[in-house]
Design a protein around this ligand. Structure first.
Ligand SMILES: Cc1cc2nc3c(=O)[nH]c(=O)nc-3n(C[C@H](O)[C@H](O)[C@H](O)COP(=O)(O)OP(=O)(O)OC[C@H]3O[C@@H](n4cnc5c(N)ncnc54)[C@H](O)[C@@H]3O)c2cc1C
Ligand code: SF4
Length: 498
């Protein structure tokens, strides 16, 4: 759909709401389905590609009510089946339809600790919304009830109105738990364990907590102050956070238990080790891993050129290799960092891209040039060792491979070059090997992911793990689900020990 200015969307919503609101409670399913899906207001693509502000502005009250009224409150609620943490979706959506935003937020918080984050970055279209009866009846997944956008609306309302109340905490138990990493898995464990009255210390390698939500996902998709508000909530619950603390270097994992007296340790260190293509020219000046590129931009604020301590190259023509969310984030960040041309190079077709459909659409609207069925063969440098072009090959699709996607096959002799001064490699991440290398007792699989049982217990006594370090690069909501399970097991262990 083409860009629509927020004022126009709001006028239309006000008009429609006046029409349907008087009969809101007695609307028949057919009438609910006739309410048009509400388009979320966004910054104009031509403007936003030059700023770091959030792209989606969020539903207005009128839009949220209308969107919520589209829900049929199905008895069997198939949407819940598609939600990894089983939020009562019809419950919170009905509360919004009735104008009770506080109740909506309370229902959300029963199952999800980070609704403002999940409402923004969860792959809703392949989870809850994929199962929505409205989308199915209208034969279009994009016309399902916009559950994620409504989740964001309710969470933002609560934060703006109540300032984020903190949950009740049991009296002090005298037990202490160390949590390594501060991403969504660790945040979930910290809250759930602290609630039981245990002392909690989070250890973070970076100088700022929040994991990928802070250093990876850009502000224009997930503003840092939303994540910071959640972290502040943990601090107010009494959770201690130690930054610049690299477990494996500052202190060994085993020492946390044997010398520092922690009763349990949770490892939530994520998958932050970038993969490279292993092609000629990857060590030229101007080649970045997406991790480095995004970390410099988000965490070190390289986009504030006159203030940043860790600058980033002044790129004009950028090639990004990959087709996932990380690639989209890198490509869109490149414009915001001053690039004039951004080329996204992906070896399959758009259909196979792992990125969220919405992010692909946003990248295109902002002017990212998509080169599908193409891949980098080598990176070419000038006499100073700086990137000057990228040589690519064209591909066609063969039979499906292990991932179920059709295997890309190179077309011999199809080489061509694109002039670029920067290349960002965004083809995936593996788990960071530091903890497993310095903790031989910890069992890992052949990809370096920590092996755990169904309660997220590792092979080491008192050590639990979850999130990307167990699953490989996954999603925020799955990391939170793992955290919740691990916290339950830790709480049970500490309860049994009395
Ligand atoms: C650019 C990007 C975009 C993404 N977009 C989305 C999206 O749109 N939707 C979605 O659902 N998911 C997205 N993801 C994936 C999602 O962010 C991750 O699945 C999720 O953050 C994993 O959570 P986690 O708690 O396992 O660890 P992480 O968020 O990775 O956090 C791990 C933390 O541990 C710290 N750490 C690592 N080693 C040590 C150590 N030895 N000592 C101390 N601390 C350590 C790290 O510094 C980090 O802060 C994206 C990922 C990236 C990189
Ligand atoms: S499946 Fe869709 S219509 Fe049915 S309860 Fe869930 S959100 Fe509402």
């Amino acid at each position: 759909m083409s860009y629509q200015p927020p004022e126009k969307l709001q006028q239309e919503a006000e008009r429609l709401l006046k029409e349907v609101n008087p009969r809101a409670s007695e609307l028949k399913p057919k009438e609910r389905m006739a309410i048009p899906p509400q388009t979320i207001p966004e910054q104009d693509p031509a403007v936003r590609r030059h700023n770091m502000n959030e792209v989606a502005l969020g539903y207005t009250e009128e839009q949220a009510r209308l969107e919520a009224m589209r829900c049929l409150k199905c008895k069997n609620a198939p949407c819940i089946e598609g939600c990894p943490v089983r939020i009562d979706i019809p419950g919170f959506v009905s509360a919004i339809a009735e104008g009770d935003d506080d109740r909506a937020a309370q229902i959300l918080k029963r199952n999800s600790l980070l609704p403002a984050v999940c409402g923004r970055v969860c792959p809703q279209e392949t989870q809850c919304q994929e199962h929505c009866t409205v989308g199915k009846a209208l034969k279009d997944r994009d016309q399902a009830v916009a559950i994620g956008k409504l989740e964001r609306f309710a969470a933002d309302r609560e934060r703006e109105h109540n300032g984020g109340a903190i949950p009740g905490i049991q009296p002090d138990t005298g037990k202490k738990v160390a949590i390594i990493g501060t991403g969504p898995a660790s945040i979930t464990v910290a809250a759930d364990v602290r609630r039981e009255g245990h002392a909690v210390t989070m250890l973070e390698a970076f100088h700022k907590p929040g994991g990928v939500m802070i250093y990876g996902i850009p502000e224009f998709r997930l503003p840092n102050d939303i994540v910071e508000a959640e972290i502040e909530g943990l601090r107010r619950m009494g959770v201690e956070i130690k930054t610049n603390f690299v477990v494996g270097r500052t202190r060994k994992l085993k020492d946390l238990i044997e010398k520092d007296g922690y009763d349990a340790v949770f490892v939530g260190t994520g998958a932050g080790l970038p993969r490279f293509m292993n092609i000629e020219g990857e060590n030229l000046v101007g080649v970045y891993s997406a991790n480095e590129y995004l970390t410099r931009s988000n965490l070190m604020r390289a986009y504030e050129r006159d203030r940043a301590d860790t600058p980033i190259l002044e790129s004009k023509q950028v090639a990004v290799l990959g087709g996932g969310n990380v690639a989209m984030d890198a490509a869109r960040s490149a414009f915001r960092l001053g690039a004039e041309e951004v080329h996204l190079i992906y070896r399959r077709t758009e259909k196979e891209m792992p990125a969220r459909v919405e992010e692909v659409a946003h990248a295109k609207e902002e002017g990212v040039e998509f080169h599908v069925l193409q891949n980098a063969k080598r990176i070419l440098g000038d006499e100073h060792g700086r990137v000057k072009a990228i040589e690519c090959l064209r591909y066609e699709l063969g039979e499906p491979d292990d991932s179920g996607r059709r295997r890309p096959v190179a077309i011999e002799g199809s080489e061509f070059t694109i002039d670029v001064d920067t290349v960002v490699v965004a083809i995936g991440n593996s788990s960071n090997p530091l903890i497993s290398q310095t903790t031989p007792e910890l069992k890992v699989n052949r990809w370096g992911n920590i092996e755990v049982d169904e309660d997220n217990r590792s092979s080491m006594d008192r050590v639990y793990a979850g999130g990307d370090i167990v699953l490989g690069a996954a999603t925020v909501i799955l990391a939170m689900g793992e955290g919740r399970r691990a916290a339950e097991a830790i709480n049970a262990q500490l309860r049994d020990e009395g």
